[in-house]
Write a protein that binds this ligand. Structure first.
Ligand SMILES: CC(C)(COP(=O)(O)OP(=O)(O)OC[C@H]1O[C@@H](n2cnc3c(N)ncnc32)[C@H](O)[C@@H]1OP(=O)(O)O)[C@@H](O)C(=O)NCCC(=O)NCCS
Length: 363
């Protein structure tokens, strides 16, 4: 059985202890390749190290299973306990991954137990974990399981479902991972664009930027980001998130250091000047063929005017111009998030896998 050691978070990009974040990155990339058959979801090593460095709002603790406690290259599994520091102070995100050929030896269980102990020591009482399962079973299929409140189904016999269930976690929500092949054919995009533009009318204007929000908009943008709290969370414990201009700027700095580039579009209500909707695409230029559809939100009082579609179409068109190499866009939405999913389905997004959101109350 491997030895479990805790490795402190790296404090700089060239910190020698960054090897643990690199080991974690390699294991997760291998797991994604094995399940999905492609590398679109890989983080680069540079990004993994940058994201492992503590920020004002996040601290990620890391435990590593080593065959030889003196040899970092002998890592066979990694567990992380990720803590938000400005909101959601009673929850922690717990993730474990074990090298495929070393599973069923108890390493995953030992890593998860170590992560749980660290979370409890940090005062967290609820652990949450997101794990991919390829396949979209239906309600009547044998062995399917469903979230307590959210919609959708997972194969309860999948190794991950078996592992989480046997360790006391309950399935609370399913995030559907979908992919869009781009460019979207004009025969699909143009009618959606004109219909949305007609409904949005003159009451709103779109403002775009690349990577960094303009100074004069940053406070309004921070308020808008907080509206993401309206996204469905089913039975997951989730408190209001804390957003301010500093958090926006820190996120932009970290993304830039990690080599991630972003295309953002916001909708401004012309009469009040309020920012009422936004959407964002991200990608690593080193992996030019794929991008991520990041958050999209329209604040409650301004829904029902096709702003969601209007924003997404605008950003897709910008992407075609600015990132012409992108061929696939990946996104994740709660299975029950009908409004967002119907926009994505109309654009041509199709399901690739399901991500189960698991939760355990530990104290
Ligand atoms: C989930 C994971 C971490 C388990 O690691 P592991 O080292 O195999 O875990 P353990 O050996 O401690 O426990 C294995 C348990 O998982 C379950 N399990 C794993 N594979 C299984 C399979 N093929 N069929 C049925 N149950 C299985 C069982 O409960 C098993 O216990 P048992 O061996 O006593 O029957 C590993 O499969 C993995 O890395 N998966 C990909 C990453 C991931 O999705 N992580 C999930 C949470 S973030």
């Amino acid at each position: 059985m491997a030895t479990i050691v805790e490795v402190a978070p790296p404090t700089s990009a060239d910190d020698p202890i960054a090897w643990a974040a690199v080991a974690e990155n390699r294991l997760w990339n291998a797991e994604n390749h094995a399940q999905l058959g492609y590398a679109d979801l890989d983080d680069t090593e540079a990004a993994a190290v940058r994201m492992a460095m503590p920020s004002a709002n996040r601290l990620t603790l890391r435990v590593v299973a080593l065959d030889d406690p003196d040899d970092p290259s002998s890592a066979v599994g990694v567990g992380t306990c990720s803590l938000t520091l400005k909101d959601n102070l009673t929850t922690a995100a717990a993730h474990v991954v074990v090298r495929a050929e070393r599973r069923r030896e108890g390493i995953g269980t030992a890593l998860l137990a170590a992560v749980e102990r660290r979370a409890i020591a940090e005062g967290r009482t609820t652990l949450q974990s997101w794990a991919t399962q390829v396949g979209s079973p239906s309600a009547g299929d044998p062995g399917v399981i469903a979230p307590r409140e959210g919609s959708g189904h997972l194969d309860g016999g999948h190794p991950v479902a078996q592992f989480m269930t046997a360790r006391g976690y309950t399935l609370e929500q399913i995030e559907v991972h979908s992919m869009l092949r781009v460019p979207v054919a004009p025969a699909v995009l143009d009618p959606l664009a004109s219909e949305a533009a007609a409904k949005v009318g003159e009451a709103y204007r779109l403002i775009t930027w690349t990577d960094a929000c303009p100074d004069e908009l940053v406070d309004g943008f921070a308020r808008l980001r907080a509206a993401m709290d309206d996204a469905p969370t089913a039975g997951l414990q989730y408190d209001a998130s804390h957003w301010d201009a500093e958090r926006i700027r820190e996120g932009e700095r970290r993304a830039a250091e990690a080599g991630l580039v972003m295309l953002a579009v916001v909708a401004q209500h012309v009469a009040s000047g309020q920012l009422v909707g936004f959407t964002q695409l991200d990608r690593y230029p080193e992996r030019p063929g794929s991008a991520f559809q990041d958050d999209t939100v329209v604040v409650a009082e301004h829904r029902g005017h096709r702003l969601g579609m209007h924003l997404k179409v605008a950003n897709l068109r910008r992407m075609d111009e600015l990132w012409p190499d992108v061929r696939r866009i990946h996104t994740w939405n709660a299975d029950e998030n009908d409004y967002m999913r119907s926009i994505n389905i109309a654009l041509g997004f199709r399901p690739e896998s399901n991500e189960g959101a698991w939760q355990k109350v530990v104290a």
